[in-house]
Every structure is written in C-alpha cells, then in structure tokens.
Design a protein around this ligand. Sequence first.
Ligand SMILES: Cc1cc2nc3c(=O)[nH]c(=O)nc-3n(C[C@H](O)[C@H](O)[C@H](O)COP(=O)(O)OP(=O)(O)OC[C@H]3O[C@@H](n4cnc5c(N)ncnc54)[C@H](O)[C@@H]3O)c2cc1C
Length: 667
Amino acid sequence: MVRRWVRSAGTTGPTGGEGAKPKPAAERVNVVWHKWSDLRLLDHEPLWHAHQRPEPVLHLHLVELQLLAGHARVSGVQRCSPRRKEFWRQCVEDLSERLQERGQHLVVRAVEDPAEFFASLCEQLPILRVYAHQEFCDEELQIEASVRRVLAQHGAELCTYWGALTVHHIDDLGFDARDRNQMPWYKGEFQRAAKRRPIREERQVFRWKGGETAALEHLKSYMESGALARYRGATESFAHGSDNPVNGGTRLSPWLAFGCLSARMVVKEARDWERQHGKSCSTSKGVGKIGSTGNRLHTELLFRDFLRFSALAWGTSLFKIGGPFGVTGIPWRKDLELFEKWRLGQTGFPFVDAGMRELAATGYISHLHRQCCAAFLARDLGLDWRMGAEHFESCLLDHTPDANWGNWAYRILQRPCLAETRRSYPLEEHLNTVEVVVWPAVHDAFLEHTLHWVPELSSLPKDLAREPWRTEGRPLKRIPIKPYQDSPLWFCAANRTNWDYEYFWLPGHAWVVQLGAGAGEHPWRDFQLSRDYFRPLIPALNVEIDLDALPLRHAWGDTPPQLRPHIWGGGLRVPQRSPQETSKGKGGSRRGMSTSTRASGRSPHASSHFERKTHGFVGRTSSLSEAFFQFFQTWADRHLPALPAGQSRPESAGQVWTAVELLQRPF
Ligand SMILES: Cc1cc2nc3c(=O)[nH]c(=O)nc-3n(C[C@H](O)[C@H](O)[C@H](O)COP(=O)(O)OP(=O)(O)OC[C@H]3O[C@@H](n4cnc5c(N)ncnc54)[C@H](O)[C@@H]3O)c2cc1C
C-alpha cells in the first residue's frame, strides 16, 4: 500500500533557515522573556514568534530587584512605590492565569542581574532562543546587550522584536529614529510625519477551538448573524473588501474534518434558516444555475462528497506521483531548498507568500489561495506535488486525506486530457501560474490580505506591492494570455461575486521581466529587492489588465491611477453592492439577528472578537512537560533566591511559583 507518510517516525526532513527544522529539537527550549512592560498575550510579537516554533516554550518574567526594591540615583526615593508594586503584581498574576488557561506556565524569578540569570540558566538548560521585545531606554538597552552577549556565549540567541511597542513600527517611519539628526525634535513634526505612515496589523490569528461544543456554537452564530445570505462558497470567495477572502466561506471545514459536525446537519441547518428567513441569491445572476446561498453551501459540500467517494474508487493511485489520472512525463524535482522557501513564504511572489505564511500561522487558507500556492509549487517550482500535499496535510486544520490529496490530484495535477489544450512554458522561461499575479488584482484588489501577511511591502504603492520586481526589472518580451491556453488552472478569474459568469478571462497581456538591469521602470525610494523582500524564485511577469472591458463593480484598490499604470479602468469608485446583494431574500438577510446585533451590525459574538481571534496562538507549541518543569523547579530552587520564611513551595510541578508570592515579599 502507498503510504502518504514516506518517512518513518524519528527521521528528519529538510532543514535550513528560521523555522525550517521540521522536527523539534527535543532537548532545546525557547524562552519568551516577558518584561514588566509587556505583560499581555494579545498582539505580542515575541510570543507569537516563539509559538511558531516546534520547541517547547518557557514563559519567563524576571522581577529585577533593582527596579523593584532599588533606590533612585538622584533623590534616593524607592524606585517602585507600594501602589505601583501592587499594580505590577496584579499584571503578573493575570498573565500567569491567562497562560495557565492555555496550558502554559509563567515562571517568575527575582534577579539582581538578568544577564547573570541567563548565564546560569543556559548552563543548566538547553536554551535555543530567547524571544523578547526590543528595548529603547539606555539602562534597559545595556541589559539587553549583556543578555545578548551571554546568550551568544552559550550558543543561544536573543531574538528581539519591535512589535507593538508603538503605534507605528520603527521600520515604517521613513527615517531612522535612532539617528538624532533624523528623528524630529518636535512632536508636531513627528506626528505629521508618522500620520502619513502605515500601521501594521496586529499579530493575531483566527481561532478554531476543537470539539463539538465549539463547532455547534460557531454554526449557530454563523446562522444567527445572517452570514448565510452573503455566502459565496470556498471555491469563489476571494472577493474584495467586505466580501474579502476570509469572509466568504463558513469556516466550518476544520470541524467537518474532525467529525465534530456532520455535513448533512449543516445542510439541514441551512435549509431551516432559509425557510425561516427567506432565500438569497448566491450570485448576481446565478438563479437557476446556482440557486440560493443555502443551495450553494449544499453544492460545496457535494464537492466534499465527490472527493470522499472518489477516494474509494481511486484507491492508492491518489497518493502516487501520477495521481488517479495517471499523469506521466513530468520531470518532478525534489529540491529541498526550493521547497523550504515555498513553505516559509519566501518565494518573492507576494500572493503566494501571503498564503503560505497564513497557512503556517493559522492552519487555514482560502480555497483560491490553496489553488494558487499549490499550482505554483507543481507548475512553477516543478516540485513533486506530493511534497506540497504533505505540507498541507501537516498544517491544515481541516486536512482529510480525501479532500487534501483529492484537491491536489484533481485540481492541481494537470490531467492528460487538459494538458493537450493548455500551454505549459519551460520552467526557466517565466511564471506559468498566471493567477499568482492576476488573482491579487481581482480578488485582493486593495491588497488587504496580502499586506497583512507580507507587511514588508506596506511602504510601496499597491501597484508595486503586488509586483515588487517592477522596482528593479525591465519588461523584455510581451506575451499574450489566452483563455484555456495560458492558464494552468481550471479557471482563470473565478470571481462570480463580481462577474456574471465563471469563466471570464481577464483582457490583457503580460511581459517577461529582466531582473537586475539597474533601476526598474518604477525605482521606489529606498526599496530594494533582496534586501527588503525576496527576489522572485523564478522569472516573474508584469501584468497589464484592462478592467474597463470587464463588467466589474469595483475599482482597483484605492491607488490613484498614476500609481497603477498596469491596471487601468475601473475608476476610483467606492465598492458598492448590487441590488441583489442588498435585498437579500424575502425577509432581508439579517432578519435573524437580535436587536442589539442589528444595531451594531456585528454578530452576537463580536464582543469577544479579539479574544476569539487571538486565542489560538498560545499553546500551539506543546507546553513544558511535567518532567522538564520539575527539573526546572529543582534547579531554580537551588540557584535562585529562596522564598521568604513561612511561604510554601509549589506542591506539584504544575503549580507555578507565581509572582504573587514573590511580589508580596516585604522589601
Ligand atoms: C490544494 C487544496 C487542498 C485542500 N485541502 C482540503 C482539506 O484537506 N480539507 C478540506 O475540507 N478542504 C480542502 N480543500 C478545499 C477547500 O479549500 C476547503 O474546504 C475550504 O477552503 C474550507 O473553507 P470553508 O469551510 O469556509 O468552506 P465553505 O465554502 O464554507 O464550504 C463548506 C464545506 O464544503 C466542503 N468543501 C468546499 N469545497 C471543497 C473542496 N474543494 N474539496 C473538499 N471539500 C470542500 C468543506 O467541508 C467546507 O467546509 C482544499 C483545496 C485545495 C485547492
């Protein structure tokens, strides 16, 4: 029998780069060093990064005795008043509880010198990386420097992040704030400059909680919010703006995959909802063909059924290189370096990189992103498609062998009958998957999604952020893009949200680009490929699209025409909904919402929006094992300041010697 898992347990996969080790270095530990100034979980970039890694995470807060009990240099007053100490204690206590809720421990230690502490920590424990926020004041900067030095001496690394220390990220200011000659001396001047700069998105991810309870709650809130009336379906949900990709589907797939919900129950719920609230059309024209939005959901679920039944029929061929259709003659490669770049979202193609980074961070990407990233791996990098399916299998929360391998085999692997009608360019010539450059223009017109995941392009005008190689490359040769010939995917511009029929082909053409020929057609300030963003792994294409020739209802982003010369037409109209979209069915699409929900226009669960979005990221990595924790406690008890007399030691390994005890000490 052909197994999907070709490696036996215990062997390692490809290596290279941050986040590249596929197997946790079992004996190594990463530390999140919570400073007194970042005692939170939400929008905490060091914490977020630490939990992207496979190693266990030790959450650590160091109470620096100098700061807590020391006296000020000039006046001699206590550096920390009792009231402030009490507030500090509450913050640490709360953080400890919030971490415990997520299965993590907060270890709190009083130290004289953090560098000394880390030196002894490294001698006792196999520390790999310490994640912390960057410092910005002199005393703390010196501590940071000595900790960095000590860690380096022990083969560990201090990874620091600016994150959300300020509204605007230090790298986005457009000047070097560390340079006295560049940093404005007056706040008005600074504020004027900063207001023109972008604000990065918070580091957060949508949360799925496993289990039937959470699944039913999600299904209920989905129906109650009236979202079914706006349902697009996974296969056509990459619309712009409020109908953007992350909003188009039900997001039920992880629960369906783990069997927390049955598919027929979902169909039944949708029918019940339509009976009660009336039907809405799923497209501007789709009556008859696609029918109501509830019917549309049923159709999507039938794709699931199709692949599940097919898996029975296809047997082991589904997992073989030729797939169920017996594709032959493709010189598949197994280049682990290329694979790693694809996995980490470092291909130099923003749309692909956004998808791959989102997948790694959240365990989910939209259907169109799955198609695009998958086709790029198979058709452009020429990598064995099964490597891609394996990576999807390991990351996707909604992975099931039939749906994952089935979609790869059915949609991505070029079926022999289609190969005859499609042109395939030699790998080295230029990008084959034209959708990589076309879809962002259509489905992520404002680049909201792309820039969320690829923030390093935020300072570029959108036309360049979509195709950053334009800052350096020169157009070399014009090539046509012909329907059914040049697009390797099943359909080129599947966006029935905006267009009347599904196989609408973008009118335009593309240019093969020559990179490295000096400044490109749009040299943009200080931006440099390679330094600020990845150079495309394969020859890129400049796309030119005439939106005026399309029955589009939205403009191309908010970029002024002079900054989007490669996509013209569409004007600068504000995106508007069609009459069909605004009058949803008989009773109005949002009839099912409660009064309070209707007033705010948000789902009843929106109040806990941030909590829900960010909940999942802590605890992705396994918590410290009991044995390890025990070891740490024993070591710490021997080496670190003892508890004051009368205070008890932790009884079990799971109990944290918390800040409460420490900060209650009389000084
Ligand atoms: C390369 C690739 C790999 C994929 N791997 C998976 C996978 O492992 N598991 C998985 O559930 N889906 C997979 N899909 C299909 C699809 O992307 C997801 O089902 C969809 O994105 C889930 O989002 P949703 O629940 O909001 O979908 P909705 O639009 O709300 O659809 C409702 C349900 O229908 C089912 N469904 C819809 N489209 C498909 C489809 N093409 N294939 C199978 N089921 C479908 C899903 O169960 C989904 O939850 C894959 C697609 C591609 C191109």
